[in-house]
Every structure is written in C-alpha cells, then in structure tokens.
Design a protein around this ligand. Structure first.
Ligand code: COA
Length: 154
C-alpha cells in the first residue's frame, strides 16, 4: 500500500478558512446538533492555531491547537476528518502531526475533550482519561491527556 504524505496546513487564506469552517461544521457540529459560529473569537486568538489536515495535498480534515504556554500544554480542539475519509488512518496521522507541533512549541502534554464515540480512538493513541480542567469540559465530553515525551515511540 502506498503511504500518503500528511501535513498540517496553517489556515491563512479565505479559501483555507472556508474549508476549515465547512469541515468542522459538517463533520462535527452538525451531527451533534450544535450551532456553528464562523466568527468565534477563539479561532483568531494568536495562541490558537487552526489547521487543515492534508493527505497528498487533499484536505481530509481540520483541527485547532490551542497553546497554553504558561502550562506547557497544547489542547486539541475539534478534530474532524471528512466522513468519507474516516477509518483510513488520517485521524491518526493528523494526531501524530499535532503532537509533533506541540513538542516543537515546547509543550510537555496534549489535552483534549473527547466526544464519547471518539474516545476509543484517543485511548488507542496513548491518551488517558484524566481531568485536566473541569471548567474547560465541553458537554458530555471526556477529558483526556497524554504526556509528550521526546521520543514519540516511548
Ligand atoms: C474520530 C476521528 C477523528 C478519527 O479519525 P479517523 O481518520 O477516522 O481515524 P483512523 O482511521 O486514524 O482510525 C484509527 C483507529 O481508531 C479507530 N477509530 C476511529 N474512529 C473511531 C470511533 N469513532 N470509535 C472507535 N474507534 C474508532 C479505528 O478503527 C482505528 O483503529 P486501529 O488503529 O486499530 O486500526 C474521525 O472519525 C472523526 O472525525 N469523527 C467525527 C468527528 C469527531 O468525533 N471528532 C472527534 C472530536 S473529539
């Protein structure tokens, strides 16, 4: 099987923003019945990093990484993979890139609020159910955390 090249593309152009919003609204917010705000201030916070996930330059997903420099923490927000591209390893590849990005920013941990059906996906990727900020919990999501070691295979 041919290996696809994945990369995180920072959301910068109007075209990027349109793809980022469409992906999150269609694949995450809409199925949950949650209203999606295209002008949420958190998306433009300089500490937060919105990305498209590309596989061989095809947009297969979107994610936002929020940096809490004071805590050496990165928070994965609203990871979403295009429904017809789910179950093909793109989410896993995207998470590896997110963790690499976090390490590059000096973070020692990755935290997230896991949507219940996606919890097994995160547990399989080395995350543990662990409360990291009760005030940051989103609805019925489960808080998860992973310590980022220098050696990703460790
Ligand atoms: C959850 C999600 C990001 C996973 O991405 P993906 O590209 O489908 O995942 P992968 O193909 O990399 O799957 C990796 C593994 O997780 C498993 N997996 C994926 N989604 C799963 C799910 N919802 N429940 C249980 N296991 C799941 C796969 O079977 C696979 O197992 P394996 O490693 O043993 O083969 C993606 O399915 C998605 O966008 N879902 C809708 C939005 C969502 O729930 N986002 C998470 C918000 S917290």
């Amino acid at each position: 099987m041919q290996t696809q090249q994945h990369r995180l593309k920072p959301v910068t152009s109007e075209e990027d923003w349109a793809a980022y919003h469409e992906m999150r609204e269609t694949e995450l917010f809409h199925p949950l019945g949650v209203d999606y705000l295209k002008h949420h201030p958190d998306d433009r916070n300089p500490s937060n990093h919105p990305f498209l996930i590309l596989a061989d330059e095809e947009v297969v997903g979107a994610v936002r990484l929020d940096h809490r420099q004071d805590l050496n923490r990165m928070i994965t927000r609203t990871l979403a993979i295009r429904s017809r591209r789910q179950g093909q390893g793109h989410g896993s590849a995207g998470m590896i890139l997110c963790e690499d990005f976090a390490r590059g920013m000096g973070c020692t941990e990755m935290c997230l609020n896991a949507h219940q059906p996606a919890l097994p996906f995160y547990l399989h990727r080395g995350y543990r159910q662990e409360e990291w900020d009760p005030e940051d919990r989103f609805g019925s999501c489960v808080q998860c955390r992973k310590i980022l070691t220098d050696n990703p295979e460790a």
